[in-house]
Design a protein around this ligand. Structure first.
Ligand SMILES: [Fe+2]
Length: 243
């Protein structure tokens, strides 16, 4: 499996607080069958985490990669960010203050949970018009997705990809997120599942049990696309596949 959404940029956000914790998270993911993980700190959040791309962030990722290698943990570490999408995000990507997943065409973007759909569409349209393929993080957690049944399909028709959180499928984020995630899955609108892990104890990067659940409740073929094929294609800047 490959995990394109994980808060292991230690000391950057509300994820791993130090290097040791980040390494433990990578070790757990690897034990459970994850072969590659993108480091995706929250960034560009107004009044909160800025985390613009810098030599310091790049050095942190290098340090994490070295620590993972030194301990013999079998997992590739990729650079990335979870971008809080604002109307200026495309310009910030072009200027290098924000980065995509492993410098591909795919930025991982999030929104305020209560943002209106029209505002979300306008911001995503701007990214698409600049040639990016936005990967919308946890769409099932946004109010407008639950309230407007066509919203997930509209995001897809605009050229975006949808990344479901593993925690939504086991009910961790409540019934609304669960039902929205299930609906997106049943309509085969999901492109990738990721951990959105924040710690080695709660919201962990262990995706094995959700992989098994997706195999049982949806299909083995769809699970292969969501956990293996598409996340790797995103990290390698290749076209994704649909089910
Ligand atoms: Fe996240």
């Amino acid at each position: 499996m490959y995990d394109i959404h994980c808060h292991i940029c230690y000391g950057c956000d509300d994820g791993a607080e130090d290097l040791e914790t980040a390494v433990r998270m990578v070790a757990l993911a690897s034990e459970k069958g994850t072969r590659g993980i993108a480091v995706t700190p929250h960034c560009n959040v107004p009044g909160s985490y800025t985390n613009y791309w810098s030599g310091e962030l790049a050095a942190k990722i290098d340090t994490l990669r070295s620590a993972v290698e030194e301990r013999g943990i079998d997992a590739e570490i990729y650079p990335g960010q979870e971008i809080f999408c604002t109307s200026g995000a495309a310009g910030l990507l072009e200027s290098g203050k924000l980065i995509t997943l492993n410098n591909s065409r795919y930025p991982l973007v999030e929104f305020d949970f209560y943002e209106y759909s029209d505002s979300v569409y306008a911001k995503l349209r701007e990214l698409v018009s600049k040639g990016y393929v936005p990967v919308v993080a946890h769409p099932e957690r946004y109010a407008f997705i639950s309230e407007e049944r066509d919203a997930a399909a509209i995001l897809k028709s605009m050229g975006c990809l949808l990344q479901i959180n593993k925690g939504s499928l086991d009910g961790r984020f409540g019934p609304a997120a669960y039902f929205a995630a299930d609906d997106i899955m049943r309509r085969h609108l999901a492109d990738v599942i990721a951990s959105d892990a924040h710690s080695p104890y709660m919201r962990t990067p262990d995706m094995r049990h959700i992989h098994e659940k997706v195999c049982e409740e949806y299909s083995y073929e769809y699970a292969d696309i969501l956990f293996e094929q598409n996340p790797l294609r995103i990290l390698e800047d290749r076209e994704t596949v649909t089910f």
